[in-house]
Design a protein around this ligand. Structure first.
Ligand SMILES: Cc1cc2nc3c(=O)[nH]c(=O)nc-3n(C[C@H](O)[C@H](O)[C@H](O)COP(=O)(O)O)c2cc1C
Length: 328
């Protein structure tokens, strides 16, 4: 099932905490994303039914295909959390075995599982057996600094216990997000298994996404940070991947009107989902969706603390645009 989804839509929105919530997933789908993954959700919070966890695992009827990502260090809690998450009817449940943040990895959650691959495999197998939906794992090539990364053997063993697909962030946990991602490990893992492998890390443009698929032969490619500033990467990758574009027709970027509409959609969605104050503030993370316009209206935009004021700044954008034209 995941293979079929990826065959149609190979470019996946990566899970990102405080980013890939329902409003952002909707915005990305509006510009070509299909498969999305929620922010990670702590297993213990799912089990106690915290407000945060309930919000993160709630999926609207049109929020499909979306995976719910869970994380934790305790297999029992993870299993119980997976059952609760599966009841929200995600397309699949993803287990985070790649988060490098010390307070998470040091207590055995996220990338901490890479320190004990056998335990990771056993935990994943338990979850596969406990839920009806497919289970996937997102991990890294290794803990670091191994010279021969454990990911290839790990991928084989995860396939053996029924994991439906693996997303590989092609860095070690030790390097976090720094240094180049080594996609060759995703290729090697892909060659070792028959389940879909999704390559992740350092995909900055649509052309990178196409190159990552071509260089690795992976079924999918996952885009994280690049989508925060430029959700149109999904539309652009679709254009590059579609046969009618095979001749390499130049891609036209978003217009200013589309950029403003994107910010508008995000701020309205975030205010509705999180409340006005937090929603307005968190949308500023996406200021670069405004492209060149961002530099001109950033002071007013960041000074606006209500939704009405934010929308007024967006509506008044012609003034700074004229300003740019005059001083070009
Ligand atoms: C702000 C932020 C939040 C993230 N949160 C998560 C998360 O909740 N779960 C996860 O598996 N990875 C998380 N990641 C890692 C991304 O999914 C991805 O693996 C990483 O950013 C590398 O891909 P990129 O180079 O395309 O950004 C996060 C990354 C960023 C930048």
């Amino acid at each position: 099932m995941i293979a079929a989804l990826l065959a149609r839509d190979p470019v996946v929105l990566a899970p990102m905490e405080d980013v890939t919530d329902a409003p952002f997933r909707r915005a990305c789908r509006g510009v070509g994303a299909a498969i999305c993954v929620t922010e990670f959700v702590a297993a213990d919070q799912i089990v106690v039914g915290s407000k945060l966890a309930r919000r993160r695992i709630a999926l609207a009827a049109d929020d499909r295909p979306t995976a719910i990502q869970i994380y934790g260090s305790d297999p029992d809690l993870l299993q119980r959390a997976a059952v609760i998450a599966a009841a929200a009817r995600p397309t699949f449940v993803d287990i985070n075995c790649g988060c490098w943040i010390p307070k998470i990895a040091a207590r055995g959650a996220g990338a901490g599982w890479l320190r004990d691959p056998a335990a990771m495999v056993e935990m994943a197998g338990r979850i596969v057996a406990a839920v009806e939906v497919p289970v996937t794992v997102k991990t890294r090539i290794g803990w670091g600094p191994e010279s021969d990364m454990p990911i290839v053997e790990l991928a084989r063993r995860l396939e053996d216990v029924g994991v439906a697909a693996i997303a590989i962030h092609c860095r070690t946990a030790q390097v976090g997000h720094t240094g180049p991602a080594d996609w060759s490990w995703a290729r090697r893992a892909r060659e070792a298994v028959s389940i879909p492998v999704i390559v992740n890390g350092d995909v900055k443009t649509a052309a990178d996404a196409v190159r990552a698929l071509a260089e690795t032969g992976c079924a999918g490619v996952m885009v994280g940070r690049a989508a925060i500033d430029h959700p149109w990467i999904f539309r652009e990758a679709r254009a590059l991947l579609s046969p009618s574009q095979a001749g390499g027709a130049p891609l036209v970027g978003p217009t200013d009107a589309e950029r403003v509409a994107m910010y508008r959609e995000l701020v309205i969605g975030n205010a509705a989902a999180r409340g006005e104050r937090i929603g307005v503030a968190m949308t500023r993370r996406h200021v670069r969706v405004l492209g060149e316009l961002a530099a001109a209206i950033r002071p007013q935009l960041f000074g606006a603390s209500t939704l009405v004021d934010t929308l007024a700044v967006l509506d008044a954008r012609e003034i700074p645009m004229r300003h740019i034209a005059t001083h070009a």
